[in-house]
Design a protein around this ligand. Structure first.
Ligand SMILES: [Fe+2]
Length: 392
């Protein structure tokens, strides 16, 4: 029997190499006045980036631009709104990594409202978004956050009262996700590794989540297959289009999974850490995923060995073992997935938290504020502190 489930909207997805050329016909459906949100990194300087910029400049679109240099803050979103509020924008297009896509999503949500975004952030503001927004097209140039398929934009402010919180409404799912793996070919090894570990974390957390369903399981399994085939190859051979293709799909799938099944303790930590230190989200996930999942698996082995979550970890271990059939013990496959995560953490050079200035005292404070989210095991504050200190 299929258990009850709920599935929110997914974007109109255009997936495949070379599909970027469809941007113009797709954006044209909404009008000719386009606001392009882009990154400040290497993509626009790449051959593909230059090609897209030239095509936009030569097109009939009236194009306004806004650059994004770091993870979005309320001030950054508000500033873009103020600059463009009177420009009669028809469609917002975000071309970049997760920060760019989240900024574009927030701008498309707030441009008509013209109010400070802070007032609508979960756990920060008191207003609830009504969901009205401008048409939004998300075009990822990294393979990680899955923002091209999610209903939230993550916005943070670092400091004494810092936070990393979401602007969320099911209408905020992008109207179109234009996922062209060729755009990711120029992505650096460091960013490929960190963003890939984010997608891996999102898929595995969503797969074992207490909110997972038959629908999210299907996406999660396909995404994890792509990760097992291609994450290491995409990191080590960035020019391999097949590997990039798999990783673009894995990131997209991870977005659909997380929007519907939620996330686990790694992302609970990412939320509380993000208000305290400036550490790239993919690094936070990559640094913590092995230890969090290992402790979750050990706890399930001890307390709930017949659980659905532990069986899913076994399934994931089978995928990553690369072995056909299931002729070994469950414990064997569990060790496979644990070892794989630690291997990737090491070989990809995922940083420890002290590298970004986190101290032991602050780590204890963060552990106190961290939510277990939908992790299949709920860890105590003391256990969360130990997890974090193990990666200090
Ligand atoms: Fe993430």
């Amino acid at each position: 029997m299929v258990d009850a489930f709920e599935l929110i909207n997914t974007p109109h997805i255009l997936f495949g190499p070379g599909r970027i050329k469809e941007l113009f016909s797709q954006a044209g459906k909404y009008g000719s006045n386009l606001l392009l949100i882009h990154g400040s990194g290497s993509f626009l300087q790449s051959e593909k980036g230059q090609e897209i910029t030239a095509l936009l400049n030569d097109s009939d679109f009236q194009v306004s631009k806004a650059g994004v240099s770091h993870e979005p803050s309320p001030a950054m979103v508000d500033e873009i709104i103020q600059k463009n509020v009177s420009a009669n924008i028809d469609v917002v297009v975000a071309l970049g990594g997760g920060s760019v896509l989240d900024t574009g999503k927030a701008v498309s949500a707030m441009l008509r409202l013209n109010e400070p975004v802070r007032e609508y952030l979960e756990g920060v503001g008191v207003k609830k978004p009504a969901g009205e927004k401008l048409p939004f097209i998300a075009i990822p140039t990294t393979s990680g956050t899955g923002s091209e398929a999610t209903n939230n934009a993550v916005i943070s402010e670092v400091g004494k009262n810092g936070f990393k919180k979401s602007l969320r409404h099911y209408n905020y799912v992008p109207d179109i996700a234009l996922v062209d793996p060729e755009l990711v070919l120029s992505c650096s090894k460091r960013v490929t590794a960190a963003s890939g570990m984010d997608a891996f974390t999102q898929l595995l957390e969503g797969y074992v989540s207490e909110k997972s369903s038959v629908m999210t399981d299907a996406w999660a399994r396909e995404g994890l297959k792509s990760i097992s085939r291609s994450l290491e190859r995409a990191v080590n051979r960035g020019d391999d289009l097949n590997a990039r293709n798999d990783m673009s799909f894995a990131a997209l799938a991870s977005g659909i999974v997380l929007a519907n099944a939620g996330l686990g303790l790694v992302h609970g930590f990412a939320s509380s850490i993000g208000g305290v230190i400036e550490m790239p989200h993919g690094q936070v996930c990559g640094s913590l995923m092995a230890v969090v999942h290992e402790r979750t698996i050990r706890a399930l082995q001890a307390s709930d060995p017949k659980s659905r979550a532990l069986e899913k970890y076994v399934q994931a271990g089978m995928l990553f073992s690369g072995e056909k059939g299931r002729d070994k013990t469950d414990d064997y496959y569990l060790e496979q997935i644990i070892r794989k995560m630690y291997d990737m953490t090491e070989s990809f050079g995922m940083k420890r938290f002290s590298h970004y200035g986190l101290t032991e005292n602050r780590a204890a404070e963060i552990a106190g504020k961290t939510d277990n989210k939908n992790n299949p095991v709920s860890f105590s504050e003391e256990e969360r502190k130990n997890i974090l200190l193990s990666r200090l």
